[in-house]
Design a protein around this ligand. Sequence first.
Ligand code: PLP
Length: 372
Amino acid sequence: MNITPVKAQGSYLWDSIGKKYLDLYGGHAVISIGHSHPTYVKKLTEQLNQIAFYSNSVINPLQEELAIKLGELSGYSDYKLFLCNSGAEANENALKLASFHNGRKKVIAFHNSFHGRTSLAVASTDDQKINANINKTHEVIFLPLNDHDAFLKEISNEICAVIIEGIQGVGGIKEPTTEFLQLLSSETKKHDALLILDEVQSGYGRSGKFFAHQFAEISPDIITIAKGMGNGFPVAGVLIHPKIQSKYGLLGTTFGGNYLACAASLAVLEVIKKENLIQNACEIGENWIKELKQIEGVQEVRGRGLMIGLQFDFPIATIKKQLLEEFGILVGTASDPNVLRLLPALNITEKEIESFNQALNHVLTNQLASIK
Ligand code: PLP
């Protein structure tokens, strides 16, 4: 998009010529508590004035505080936390842990998935490459999402791990069904394979629960997190089931879990809790999805909470451009050019949503009239 943001507050951005924009995308679901939230700015500033960085060769007490608070809010208090810097790094470490755990290297992933620029990267760009050998460390088998038979045919004692997004983001807001997630959970247990839930985009309250997979009431072996975790500060993590043993030197990173990253993450958790943002995402998202379903021209509305995909039967590039230029509204796309992605801050208001609905209605009415 041809804009240069220079200032941001809440759900709004301002560009270099002073134009104001409503941000319904948050840089791919990164802005969880809104831009420049006062608690966040204060915590980061205070930390910067104390100590900004030292590597993991010393004890950083903020890491422990973060692990405890994240455990409490997410419901995974007994899981260990490894901190790193990006979603891709979290997923690579998850795969590495799985291989260390069971000594295997075959991984099952799903069509249209996106797990970052990792050994699994091909999935987002070309889901035809089923059974592709990506590199020497992991052999990846791509299967159709929610296809029980295809999965049951492939799962065996040779499989190292199954990796799946809580809700597919880049792939166009597509959800694994509850039954499918439960099948993955029971079958991986049966075969001593590990279930890795990539909650990089769908986590941190976005779906209306802390993690999207919690709707299916399963407990994965490994959960990866990033994006909304730092509200813009680069930070990511791997939550690890206690059955997976940690050994000295197993995982490592220079910058992961540095003081500023922890301060940013702690501020995010504090605001999510204090302002009931998971509840807000759930309630406001549910209403919004209902409203979006009424808009003429929208073929299908998918998603949960504030992770929403609108499916059209034509490419959305012109709609996106018009929303930006005429109404000052930023939205996202997906790997399917006919999908519009909405990933606003979790404290978005009804009023902001209403202004988007009106703008979309207007743009679509014109679009439909021009087609007729
Ligand atoms: N996993 C998912 C589900 C993602 O959506 C992304 C990024 O879009 C990643 C992993 C990769 O994260 P990062 O860009 O921080 O490496």
